[in-house]
Design a protein around this ligand. Structure first.
Ligand code: C2E
Ligand code: MG
Ligand code: MG
Length: 631
């Protein structure tokens, strides 16, 4: 009997099954679709063997039984073609929720095919040596028609949506289908080479090797699922409308590739095992130091989280000597976000901003945090569009020189407009721009606009000596800051003594060396620096000694404390004398009334800035103001 190749196919699939069965799977739709294709292929090869046995023994068997077996084999071939189509669709449509709809539609079509195959008559050919056996006639024709239409639809979908399918998958499915189409052609012309069943098995093996080996979803070091699996699985749950809970734990340095010391290794293994054994949780290694537990049953999740917290109060390691701080984020219900793609963003947002919400290391995400995150996204998009569409503006607040009794400089203050033209103050977007790095671009736009004003309007004509420009911490830590600013000044032909850059104390806390390098380059070029916001934060007097600044700006809070609080007076007096002793100028910010102005003037403050004189003004208004006032 000519069933050797089919038996080889069964052996191949059996070996594959032994591997596949033991491997941990994520439960992705593509995994399910692969398993379905696997089972249908096994069934089809078995039916192939059975049909050959039936045909070879047809003299001894009732003809209805032989026909039924042969037709069932034909039906199983449609099943194989259908399963390949659904496999590709699982990849294409799982993400937009149309997958289930397609499954139903094509199963109905396949059932129609099966009905035709069973109803229509079938003819059986068997040669004398009984090696060439095959079926033909209307029933076989219906099989070719339906199977070919599934193959055609599959090819069409792959071509139409090729951009949506990753190239690995496209290639693997293409090879898979080519193998069994070539086998079908060979078998069609050589009736005694029965290799379709074997080709099916080889196709399934190719898919396994190229795409469906569950190890591709695993992180080898920890045994957890990897980041790719996390993103695919959460996307799938979202599309299916399932709510779930997520617990994200941070282990700084513990899972790091270079964490090779024995204690770490020991603890890492212990913790990985502990997490992997938590019932009802799927564990993913989301980033280098991040393990994410996903609970499909949100009811149980809260309880498990409490148990994990208790376990982390205890010690780890072989000799029980390691105490680990449990740092994490718990999202009780993912239905509070609108898209699975927002999940990594939310986790990052809460991690970066957790101090805003709690003093603890462990944060339970609430709706307010989610809306803050969305607000941040909105602001980010707004900044981007403002940059692209020229909606970043600069306002100028004049600064009064007590000695010269006129306005001799001004502070440039950034503003942004939304699409409707509403003005957005820096407090609403600087922090976001700092976080995503857009502040570098915003800062350059501000710097360029100031240089353009200085040059085009020749501000010296108005009695202006220089313009102060704010620098954020991120700009100060940007290694190309000085280079870019010098280039812009050269492009506009602006003299460096027309520019004064304001830094804050916090700038030196991060990347102090880069800040100092930037300052040195710019100061060598001729630019001067001020220390802004003195009187807020730490206000370390040593800092003024350390930093090569020529002006210290007293913050509004400090000036108001001076007017209201007896003790603050002594602090400010002392600071003032010290700063003046170092030959530095002082600007007092936030002066709003005549009385405040008089007090500051009598104190000997050199420069006054505040609403008492003017609010920050748009360019033209500012020029009109100083022209009028300095006349
Ligand atoms: P800042 O550098 O301390 O600027 C002074 C702030 O105080 C300005 O707020 C100004 O409008 C406000 N102000 C001035 N006088 C008075 C007053 O008499 N009363 C009151 N209530 N407020 C007064 P603004 O423009 O909203 O800027 C806020 C902060 O945003 C700035 O504080 C600065 O840290 C930052 N910023 C502004 N422009 C830029 C920029 O171009 N780049 C960077 N990196 N930061 C900027
Ligand atoms: Mg300032
Ligand atoms: Mg200030």
């Amino acid at each position: 009997m000519n069933i050797q190749t089919q038996c080889c196919g069964i052996i191949v699939l059996f070996v594959l099954y032994l591997f596949y069965r033991r491997q941990e799977k994520v439960k992705l739709n593509t995994e399910k679709a692969y398993w379905r294709a696997f089972c249908i292929t096994v069934l089809s090869i078995c039916m192939d063997i059975l049909s050959i046995v039936a045909i070879v023994n047809m003299d001894r068997l009732p003809i209805h039984l032989v026909n039924w077996v042969c037709k069932t084999y034909l039906v199983s071939m449609i099943g194989v073609a259908l399963s390949s189509l659904l496999y590709i669709y699982a990849d294409l449509y799982s993400k937009n929720g149309q997958y289930q709809r397609f499954i139903k539609k094509y199963i109905v079509l396949a059932v129609c095919g099966a009905v035709f195959i069973y109803i229509l008559p079938i003819s059986i050919y068997r040669d004398i040596g009984k090696t060439a056996v095959y079926t033909y006639g209307p029933s076989a024709l219906a099989t070719y028609l339906f199977a070919l239409s599934f193959v055609a639809m599959n090819t069409y979908s792959m071509i139409k949506h090729r951009a949506m399918i990753n190239s690995r998958r496209r290639e693997a499915v293409f090879v898979w289908m080519s193998v069994w189409i070539s086998a079908a052609i060979v078998q069609f012309f050589n009736k005694d080479i029965l290799i379709i069943g074997y080709a099916f098995a080889i196709g399934i093996m190719i898919l396994y090797l190229k795409l469906e080996n569950p190890e591709q979803n695993l992180d080898r070091r920890t045994g957890m699922f990897n980041q790719n699996a996390f993103s695919e699985y959460t996307q799938q749950l979202f599309v299916e409308g399932k709510d779930f809970s997520v617990l994200c734990l941070y282990f700084e340095g513990l899972f790091h590739q270079s964490a090779k010391d024995d204690i770490n290794e020991d603890v890492r293994i212990q913790i990985s095992r502990y997490l992997l054994n938590i019932p009802g949780a799927r564990v993913f290694k989301n980033a280098e130091d991040e393990a994410v537990l996903l609970f499909e049953n949100s009811e149980d999740a809260g309880e498990v989280v409490e148990r994990i917290k208790i376990r982390f109060n205890d010690k780890w390691g072989r000799d029980g000597s390691v105490v680990l701080r449990l740092q994490g984020i718990y999202v009780p219900r993912l239905s509070i976000i609108s898209d699975s793609l927002d999940l990594p963003y939310l986790l990052r947002y809460v991690r970066e901003n957790r101090r805003k919400y709690t003093e603890n290391d462990f944060v339970t995400v609430e709706e307010a945090m989610v809306s803050d995150m969305y607000q941040e996204q909105v602001t980010e998009r707004l900044i981007l569009s403002a940059i692209e569409n020229g909606r970043i503006e600069v306002f100028y607040q004049p600064i009064y020189s007590v000695k010269e009794q006129r306005f001799t400089c001004a502070e440039a203050l950034v503003r942004m407009r939304d699409e409707e033209g509403n003005l957005i103050p820096p407090i609403q977007f600087i922090e976001v721009a700092e976080k995503n790095g857009l502040i570098i671009k915003v800062g350059e736009i501000v710097f360029e606009k100031v240089c353009r004003l200085i040059k085009e309007q020749d501000i010296c004509r108005y009695g202006m000596k220089y313009i102060e420009i704010n620098l954020s911490v991120i700009q100060c830590a940007y290694s190309k800051l000085a280079e870019n600013f010098i280039r812009i000044m050269q492009d506009y032909g602006v003299e460096p003594d027309c520019i004064n850059l304001e830094i804050t104390e916090s700038a030196s806390l991060s990347a102090k060396n880069i800040l100092l390098e930037n300052m040195r380059s710019l100061m060598d070029y001729g630019v001067k620096f001020s220390l802004d916001d003195f009187g807020t934060g730490q206000s370390n007097l040593n800092y003024i000694v350390d930093m090569p600044v020529s002006i210290v700006k007293f913050d509004r809070d400090m000036s108001s404390a001076y007017f209201e609080n007896g003790k603050a007076k002594y602090v400010m007096d002392a600071a003032m004398h010290m700063i003046q002793g170092m030959n530095l100028d002082i600007v007092s910010e936030g002066i709003e009334t005549k009385e405040q102005f008089e007090i500051m003037r009598k104190l000997g403050i050199s420069y006054i800035q505040g609403y008492y004189f003017s609010k920050p003004l748009p360019e033209e208004e500012f020029l009109r103001f100083v022209e009028r006032e300095n006349r």
